[in-house]
Write a protein that binds this ligand. Structure first.
Ligand code: SF4
Ligand code: SF4
Ligand code: SF4
Ligand code: SF4
Ligand code: FES
Length: 864
């Protein structure tokens, strides 16, 4: 630590730290329009000038480094004058008049202006008014009042050059280059923080411009709409489109993204109880100030009118309409239906589904309703099978599924082995941390090697071989065998591409205990056998590399947000809360489907799950739901599953809930309700509580607030005692546990194959399709319309004589699906790939109940 004197006050600061950051952290305001904390200074705006005693002339505080004894002054008049002069030059090329007008606080849009005729442009009508760093900088530097106007005679460059048109062609961003001050923060954020390089500073000298890609539209560039550039832009140049004109927030609430198991924490800005903007929230130290397009924009996937606002009941036979019902009537009717089934067929004829999208509190009460109130052991969720297979594999290898590996380790690793379909799409911020490790930043160099094992080509490929790593491309389902071979030092069979010798060399190097190693495994969310097999292979590799401490380097990332929380809370037929063995094991979801079709399962309560979208073998699931005497669904959307129900409790969306999620590494993240309930909708915890009391007797449960359930979880669920005593630890404390053993497992070698003349069909989570939009089959679930197709390799497309974009029909032994085709090198030859969320999970009807890749015939309507 160094001691420096800042404006006459002595403060401690880290020796060598950027002076501008120390000044800001001390509470002294300093303009710094081109600086991004933590990155190498660009030193372009020159607004951060300070006086450092002993130095010649004024110094840029962004390039100056703290040294013991330094005496720094930001306030002398000559220093302020200098900063005003450089800001005036920036203003000279900005549409700025309101910025420096002494009457600006009196002006409203449409007023007569002293200098123009009517105030129709600039700050008073700018979408960034009142939340603009350039505006604040002008105000705090007294630009209007000190009358700093070096463009005497109106000779301002801004008005002499033609300004580029804005780009409004995509659903999420607006780019208005006429507002740009060329600070290049966006260029550096995209390049150094996101490793994407979708933005450049094009041209030289006066015509310099910020450009996306080669100067075209944003959506034609490499941009993946993470919004990191928006967060750092100090002007209105880059802004979120959905809220550009309405984002004057009244309140902010910190919550957790519901779109994957990384569990990025986000802050939702609201106005009149509705979300208007999302920013990253730093509570989760893995995501910190970064999120992906889903976290930033999917709050806006559906208009309010498409959310459930009325409770529904269907009293007639299947196919008769659902009609709206009042709460008390609904609770009474649902409870009576369940009680009738129990009286007639016994409690074991009822099953309850929790959900990987529901909170821990909801999953906890769902299983409690089943086991303690109804008295049935049948609890699960519809996409549980792959996750259960993974959990069993990990339990067998390490004695626990709640591995100790902390995702903070990924960015600090020297060697990373990633096994995933396309991690960039499924778990974007985990992929970002791999990129951090491989590519580093100029301010924090790093050079990890990446060994990537995947059948799809995604963005991570560019971080493998170009940086001394390897991409092993396998056929879908063959990843586990390849990993197991690497663990055993054997030759991986059947690779489609990749240098096996180089992969072995990376594995050999990873055996060096001095190196930090991370194995990142994102199992299939559909194919249980492949998911379990992959987990065994990943465990074997971790054990081969790290022996008894293997579990600390193995990161397993489920597809959905709260899979681990659902399992920990006991939404599992084999486990009570805390993963204790269930007193009486119940049926898995797959067995429930069989039982419903056979007529032995008569009623189901579904809490936030959507089996008709998420479970493979959809026709069979539909048949099962239709066979039930009573189907009670709690959901915020009228999903296909809710449409099949006798009773639908209108729930609030996850961003309207209070509770917790447990992410991939069992970090327990907090959800604070940001949204007001719409119409009659009420949080699922209320529906569960009232239902339990109506079934079990009036005083069965007495939860008055979601925190009461959280407290009960803390008291009863092993690993969750981390709260409530340490509520400040949200996002930091983890419900993981130490491994008790490291035992290699047997990995099956067989990989699925297609019939002659057919392709192998697989599906997975894609980046842009929103969960909520998909659940309703909304035509705008993928607002960019990039993922609404089956992807085919160019060679297969040529053999099929199908043109890019043409309609094809996928035919398997289980069903048919017509959709456009997209010719893409992303898939391997012989493989067809569809987004698992496409059109409410339509591809699920093509798989059998196992979810394994199937042989598919591609029918082409009009061959070319
Ligand atoms: S970008 Fe900022 S400074 Fe420029 S007109 Fe808009 S609010 Fe004013
Ligand atoms: S949104 Fe993200 S990827 Fe796109 S330009 Fe901005 S920083 Fe780059
Ligand atoms: S777009 Fe924004 S962040 Fe990028 S250079 Fe212009 S003002 Fe700076
Ligand atoms: S990486 Fe996952 S948790 Fe993070 S913002 Fe994206 S979808 Fe949400
Ligand atoms: S912040 Fe120092 S030059 Fe821009």
């Amino acid at each position: 630590m160094a001691k420096i004197t800042l404006n006459g006050v002595q403060i401690d600061a880290p020796d060598g730290a950027p002076l501008v950051e120390v000044i800001k952290k001390s509470g002294v305001w300093i303009s710094n329009l081109c600086y991004i904390d933590g990155l190498v200074p660009y030193a372009g705006c020159r607004t951060c000038l300070v006086e450092i005693e002993g130095a010649r002339g004024l110094q840029l505080s962004c390039t100056a480094r703290v040294a013991d004894g330094m005496v720094v002054n930001t306030e002398p008049q000559h220093v302020k004058d200098a900063r005003q002069q450089v800001l005036a030059i920036i203003n000279a090329n900005h549409s700025d008049r309101c910025l420096t007008c002494h009457r600006r606080v009196k002006c409203m849009p449409g007023d007569i202006c002293l200098r123009d005729d009517v105030v129709t442009h600039r700050c008073v009508t700018c979408s960034k008014n009142y939340r603009c760093e350039l505006q604040t900088t002008n105000e705090l530097m007294d630009m209007g009042f000190d009358n700093v106007e070096p463009w005497a005679g109106e000779a301002r460059s801004y008005y002499q050059s033609e300004q580029p048109d804005p780009d409004r062609a995509n659903p999420w961003f607006e780019f208005d280059p006429q507002m740009c001050i060329l600070c290049t923060r966006c260029v550096r954020a995209c390049d150094e923080i996101r490793h994407t390089s979708a933005i450049t500073l094009a041209g030289r000298g006066f015509p310099s411009r910020i450009a996306f890609g080669t100067g075209g539209r944003i959506d034609e560039s490499d941009c993946d709409f993470c919004g990191a550039c928006i967060d750092v832009c100090p002007t209105a140049t880059l802004m979120e489109k959905p809220n550009k004109w309405i984002a004057r927030t009244e309140d902010w609430a910190s919550t957790t993204c519901n779109s994957c198991s990384v569990g990025c924490t986000i802050s939702i800005g609201t106005r009149s109880g509705r979300a208007v903007i999302v920013k990253p929230d730093r509570a989760n130290p893995v995501s910190l100030d970064q999120i992906c397009v889903r976290g930033r924009f999917h709050y806006d996937a559906l208009p309010d009118k498409q959310r459930l606002q009325r409770h529904l009941v269907r009293r007639g036979p299947a196919g008769s309409p659902q009609s709206s019902a009042h709460w008390d009537e609904l609770v009474g009717y649902a409870a009576q239906q369940i009680k009738d089934v129990v009286a007639k067929h016994g409690a074991a004829s009822v099953a309850v589904l929790g959900s990987p999208f529901a909170t821990n509190e909801e999953n906890y009460l769902a299983q409690k309703l089943a086991r303690d109130v109804i008295g049935t052991p049948h609890v699960d969720f519809s996409s549980a099978a792959p996750n259960r297979a993974v959990a069993k594999a990990l339990e067998a290898a390490f004695g626990t599924e709640a591995l100790a590996a902390d995702m903070l380790r990924i960015a600090a690793s020297d060697i990373i082995i990633c096994i995933a379909d396309d991690l960039e799409s499924s778990h974007n911020i985990a992929a970002l941390r791999i990129k951090d490790a491989v590519a580093g930043q100029p301010a924090a160099p790093h050079a990890a090697q990446l060994l990537l094992v995947s059948h799809l080509e995604g963005e991570l490929e560019a971080f493998a071989e170009p940086y001394g790593g390897v991409w092993l491309r396998t056929r879908p389902g063959a990843e586990a065998a390849a990993i197991d071979a690497l663990a055993k030092g054997a030759a991986p069979a059947g690779l489609l591409r990749g240098d096996a010798a180089a992969a072995h060399a990376i594995v050999a190097a990873a055996k060096d205990e001095k190196k930090t190693v991370s194995i990142v495994y994102a199992p299939s969310g559909i194919d249980a056998a492949a998911a379990g097999n992959g987990a065994r292979a990943a465990a074997n590799l971790a054990i081969a590399l790290r022996g008894d401490s293997a579990a600390e380097s193995l990161h397993v990332l489920p597809t959905e947000a709260n899979v681990n929380g659902a399992r920990d809370m006991g939404a599992d037929p084999e486990h009570a809360p805390g993963r204790a063995a269930a007193a009486a094991p119940g049926m898995s979801f797959d067995q429930m489907v069989d039982a419903a079709i056979a007529g032995t399962l008569k009623a189901m309560v579904i809490v936030g799950d959507n089996p008709l979208m998420l479970a493979p073998g959809r026709a069979r699931v539909a048949q099962a739901l239709a066979a039930l005497d009573a189907l009670v669904v709690i959901d915020s959307l009228l999903t296909d599953t809710a449409k099949a129900a006798h009773v639908v409790f209108a729930d609030v969306p996850s961003y309207g809930k209070t509770g917790t999620y447990t992410n991939a590494e069992r970090r327990v993240n907090r959800l604070h309700a940001a949204l007001a309930a719409l119409g009659d909708a009420r949080p699922a915890l209320l529906a569960l509580t009232d239902l339990a009391n109506a079934i079990g007797g009036a005083s069965t449960w007495s939860y008055m607030h979601p925190d009461a359930v959280t407290d009960e979880i803390a008291a009863n669920v092993a690993g969750y005692g981390i709260f409530p005593a340490s509520r400040s630890a949200w996002g930091r404390a983890r419900a993981s546990e130490a491994a008790s053993k490291s035992e290699p497992q047997t990995v099956a070698a067989a990989a699925p194959s297609a019939a002659s003349g057919e392709l192998l069909l697989t599906a997975g989570r894609t980046l842009f399709t929103s969960l909520e939009g998909a659940a309703l089959g909304s035509p705008d679930a993928d607002k960019l319309h990039r993922e609404e197709a089956v992807e085919l390799h160019p060679a297969d497309a040529a053999a099929l004589r199908v043109a890019d974009g043409a309609e094809v029909t996928l035919v398997t032994a289980h069903g048919e699906l017509a959709l456009p085709c997209k010719i893409s090198g992303r898939v391997a030859e012989g493989v067809a790939y569809v987004s698992s969320y496409y059109r409410a999970g339509a591809v699920m009807q093509l798989f059998d109940r196992s979810g394994a890749p199937v042989s598919v015939r591609v029918k082409v309507a009009a061959p070319v």
